[in-house]
Design a protein around this ligand. Sequence first.
Ligand code: ADP
Ligand code: MG
Length: 278
Amino acid sequence: MIQAIDTTKLTLMLNELRLPTIKQMWPSFAERADKEGWPAARFLATIAEHEIADRDRRRRERHLAEAKLLPGKTLDTFDFDAVPMISKAQVMAICAGDGWLGNGANLILFGPPGGGKSHLSSAIGLALIENGWRVLFARTSDLVQKLQVARRELALENAINRLDRFDLLILDDLAYVAKDQAETSVLFELISAIYERRSLLITANQPFGDWNKVFPDPAMTLAAVDRLVHHATIFEMNVESYRRRTAIDRKQHGPGRPAKSATPKNTAMSLSDNQPAT
Ligand code: ADP
Ligand code: MG
């Protein structure tokens, strides 16, 4: 005989154990198990699997929300043909995260405006999240401003420590940061704090030689560059602006032909179907 169970109490227990998926799914699975005569172990394993799969999904959703990536900028919509100096295979390897995240290695993307640095870095961030890593995408000037506020409130260390939860910080447009003593020294402090512990992905319009404009003095620039390049992969994206190219394309081929599109085809967190847009 089936022993009656107190379902209200069971619900409370599942709440306390923080098993929302099991709480929601167990009645229908229990019914099926009873009807089909499942062994108890199969029932338990089935609902446990669902809980884990859901937990994974919720975790990724949280990571995606906190990452503040650029919407619609995915690897699917990135045209690798436009940047022949970048190997898609190497980018895909980077997107696995193993071997560089966790070792404090960095990735640096150089190139003129419009060359796809922000797009590619956000897309790499998305793929890394899909693979279980935690990422934050920030315009460098915004992050510097936040850290500066924290410093004024004597909470800079705290603010930098809070960034520790991310495996990768993407600092977009590093060289755009205005030269201001207090401002850029927080950037230096951030770089020093995460050196060899966490990874950075930096994009910049200007090569290192011009970074004297970024940091307060040459010694600090040298020290910052030194830390950044110590374990770094550097991509030179010396291509013409993608926007300009597509505009010229449109002109030459008439308005009927869709230009090499930068609109999202697929915003799902998927690494499959990475054919470049045509
Ligand atoms: P950057 O950050 O180097 O200035 P962006 O990444 O902002 O350049 O690129 C400018 C625009 O062109 C964006 O809308 C971006 O999506 C698009 N774009 C640039 N390069 C590519 C590419 N290789 N494939 C698809 N879209 C691209
Ligand atoms: Mg950019």
